[in-house]
Design a binder for this molecule. Sequence first.
Ligand code: SAM
Length: 191
Amino acid sequence: MVKIYVLRYGHRPSRDKRITTHVALVARAFGAHGFILSNVNDDTVVNSLKKVEERWGGSLHVETGVNPYSYVKNWKRNHGVVVHLTMYGIHIDEIIDEIRNTDRDILVIVGAEKVPRFFYEEADYNVAIGHQPHSEVAALAIFLDRYYRGRELHLSFPNAKIIIEPSPKGKKVRVIGEKEKKERRTKIQTR
Ligand code: SAM
């Protein structure tokens, strides 16, 4: 199975906590396997993600304070594919089938501040989610959704403690008992 890791470039702890947390939450909820926070450590982001995972399940691989230059070089050395999301790239509609057809792991880079030239050049694919400026959260969500063809929206995490009972009105959440947890572990289609 192809693994998808998300690398967040340029996180500024003073102003990006919320949006970087949302990048990590989208990575988890939309079927990525790893979240890499480059250059800095930020406990707020990691703790928010862990809190969500503790209740709703999932086990995203997380690394922080990582040098993004060597991480990308290393990813490619290990035969991984590098996708950089940028409005200047090739429109997703033109390239997503080719990306989906690779059987190599994928590193998806999203920026915060200006992304250096290095990443444009090292990327196997510079992919535009349309050619208008918007948001790293939206860009990542749409990339993963197109990659998984919407199946990720049915993801279920076997280690969840609570799950939602869909309801037309109001909020229904159910706590999962130990027996059900075991059954779910064997039954659930996670991707
Ligand atoms: N000003 C920054 C620059 O010039 O690189 C970009 C800031 S933008 C808010 C942050 C990130 O969102 C970008 O680095 C990119 O990853 C993502 N992004 C925004 N719009 C996008 C689009 N149309 N297609 C793909 N990614 C996009």
